[in-house]
Design a protein around this ligand. Sequence first.
Ligand SMILES: [Zn+2]
Length: 252
Amino acid sequence: MEGDLTEFLQKFSLEGNELLGPTLELEDFHTGVRACENSIIGRVIGEKIINFIGIKNFVAVAWGYPRNLFVVELGPNVFQFNIQNPDDQNRIVEGGPWVIDNQMLVLKRWVEGIEEDYKAFMTAPLYVQLWNLPVHWLSKEIGKKIGGVFIEVREVLVPQSGGNEGRHLKVLALVDLSKPLLRGTVVRIAGAGKWIAFKYERCPDFCYNCRIVGHSERSCKEKRWLGGNNAENQYDPWLRAGNTRTSPQKKN
Ligand SMILES: [Zn+2]
């Protein structure tokens, strides 16, 4: 905030009451804080701006029409959601993944200033499929263990299908969006390494250059551009589960 003010003062020469605004005390915020407590702040991680009507319609359907849902747009891709029922609040903030137009809607409970803190929205749940597993590895225990490469494993699902598609595990994992999406991981067993490949369900748009969610390779700051086709072959469609359609961010 101090930086903002310095910049502002450099731009304009202020005079009189322009300089002499009121001093705000803690108690001045009580009403506002009460209104924000129990609200949820959501940030869409991506370059496409979701408009107010779009987000309103999306959350109403995705969250099963919670009673007295009230949505406020706080800025580009930042929204506040007021939901009356505490059970609905918990279900929604602990739920997900919420993916709107191939972009993650990351939800956090309101705390002071969180709407301006981009980093606070860098963890989100994603369904990750684990592939290349021997048949006797298809258990919750193994899923939990391999899922340990993520921040947290919330759930392990063992598919019951008898077909070849069924031969994978699915974990609902809390993923660090500030880091490149993991393509898989090397598991060590009896001294040997085995590659376990990951596929992300409802995978949000990510950068084909650095594999970070939220920007495209066109605006990538990472200087390790591998060159068009090469990079695309490496990550797409391999990271997307059951969804090989072209990402809107893809260069043609
Ligand atoms: Zn990038």
